[in-house]
Design a protein around this ligand. Sequence first.
Ligand code: ZN
Length: 291
Amino acid sequence: MKPNLRSGYITFYKKDNKKIKISYISILFLIIAMLMLIPILENTISSFIDYSNINTTIQGSDIEINIQSSGVKAEFVENEEEKDEEENNVVDDGQKYVALTFDDGPGRYTKELVDLLVKNNVKASFFMIGENIQNYKNSVKYAYDNGMEICNHTQSHKNLKNLSKEDVKNEINSVDDILQKIIGQKSKYYRSPGGNQNECVLSAIDKPCILWNVDTRDWESRDTEKIIKKTLNDVDDGDIILMHEIYKTTIDAVQPIIDELKKRGYNIVTVTELYNKKGIPLENGKVYYGL
Ligand SMILES: [Zn+2]
């Protein structure tokens, strides 16, 4: 190949020594034509391949690469499982949990009951009445210091549905004020006496209302055997068991109930732990009956 600059030709020699002349101008046209063809070819290939759904995740990393017709995009994505864990904070561990709750104290059996629970390595929630707290301040402190959860069961155990909004607030706040003095903190939850509440009551109190779904009827039967039987018949995973700590017959039922619950594989916990373990947040103004 020999370019002939003066004549404007590139000269090729074939095997038989014959010349082929190609002008500069025609080479220029050829290059321009090829450049124009490139985008047309690209579009033709794109129409045969759908790139839009091609994406790949690099194993063990949080980077996702998407190949699209507009180009290749790499972005940081959060693993779905990790996101769920973060939102709930706790993942259901497949274990069974049940909350023991004791109402209407404190009273003459409170310390004995706390000792019994501690001996069994069990924590429970106590819904206490303000008027009784005045008479058993040491028992409240004793229960709290031993890891029990102290909750609000109103100042005077009245039916809250019959009270004005202001009186409902007073029933709760009086208990919180005295708890603040004895244990240095207010209650997180309340339980309306008799489970009586309505929209007015719920809107008056800035706490979750904790009721129950296993009623031992201990106040009615006052019979240890019946209390044990009723509890163990009705109990299921995620339940809240209602008992009253002011009856000797109830206190006597606690050890056999704990023994059997443990035998059946239940973890016996406070209300807070129960909902924590199940990953359910408790909201103010709502009623909870167990799971
Ligand atoms: Zn009560």
